[in-house]
Design a protein around this ligand. Structure first.
Ligand code: SAM
Length: 279
């Protein structure tokens, strides 16, 4: 019998430990272990990696990560009620699972991890987006992670992979695509979760590129993209006025048209303009 088979079904775990889903913690659990194993496989070859899991809850995805052969899993969970259920999994996989009861927005997990590191999470959507932006915007690149495999509201997943001309193309797409490969690898209906959320979900898999696709200073690019999409329907020359009196000349020097709108400008164009602005 494998370790995962020695553990009780998740519905039984939830009942035994009184883990009724709390809305305030964004708890929508995945109880189908075939589904969690599939998500773990989408994260790539785990055998040579430490996995950082944020928000394990009762541990469905955690079991999937361990069963798929993760070298080690560090799981950070805010809800202390989940600790006994996660301890049971630790005991079934001796030396493989470390659980920390903490808020992932407050804790720096790096002291507990050895590269290569893959991050996997089914998180409340607001926490997920905040962590994604942090993971995409470190001062130095490559980042601590090799890949991120994250569940999002489908609409947010579409913003991450959007291309120019798409109405959801914006800051999140540019941040994600500048220094990583981002793909939607799975879509899930509300019924996949207990309790079901109101919206559809999707898993996005991001792989860190060894270096950015086009050179640019991260802080300048970030300021530029924020200004451009703050007024996405305006022409660049008016949306970017805030960046300096000679902005029109700089837009032209970067090979763009002052009459272009942010939503049509590709990543390469934003990077060229960021380099112009940094001169
Ligand atoms: N991974 C589990 C699964 O797939 O069934 C649970 C998913 S549930 C959508 C989100 C989990 O994240 C919950 O267990 C919740 O308690 C936890 N959580 C919420 N906010 C958190 C935070 N700031 N830091 C760590 N965990 C958090």
């Amino acid at each position: 019998m494998s370790a995962i088979d020695s553990l009780p079904p998740l519905r039984q775990v939830i009942e035994a430990h009184g883990l009724s889903a709390k809305k305030s913690m964004g708890q929508n659990f995945l109880l189908d272990l075939n589904l969690t194993a599939k998500i773990a496989r989408l994260a790539g070859d785990l055998s040579g990696s430490d996995v950082l899991e944020i928000g394990p809850g009762p541990g469905g995805l955690t079991r999937g990560l361990l069963a798929e052969g993760a070298r080690r899993v560090l799981a950070i969970e805010k809800d202390s009620r989940c600790m006994p259920a996660l301890d049971e999994i630790s005991r079934a996989y001796p030396g493989k699972l470390q659980v920390i009861n903490a808020d992932a927005l407050e804790l720096d997990p790096l002291a507990h991890l050895t590269p290569p590191i893959r991050v996997v999470a089914n998180l409340p959507y607001n926490v997920g987006t905040e962590l994604l932006v942090r993971w995409l915007t470190p001062a130095d690149w490559p980042p601590f992670w090799k890949s991120l495999t994250l569940m999002f509201q489908k609409e947010v997943a579409e913003r991450i992979v959007a291309k120019p001309g798409n109405k959801v193309y914006g800051r999140l797409a540019l941040l994600a695509q500048w220094r990583s490969d981002a793909r939607i690898v799975m879509e899930l209906p509300p019924e996949a979760f207990t309790p079901p959320p109101r919206i559809k979900s999707a898993v996005v898999h991001l792989t860190a590129l060894p270096e950015p696709r086009f050179p640019a200073d991260p802080a300048v690019l970030s300021r530029l993209v924020a200004a451009a999409f703050n007024q996405r329907r305006k022409m660049l020359r008016s949306a970017l006025k805030v960046l300096g009196p000679d902005i029109e000349a700089r837009i032209v020097a970067a090979g763009l048209k002052p009459t272009d709108r942010a939503e049509q400008v590709p990543l390469e164009g934003f990077c060229a303009l960021a380099r112009e602005l940094a001169k």
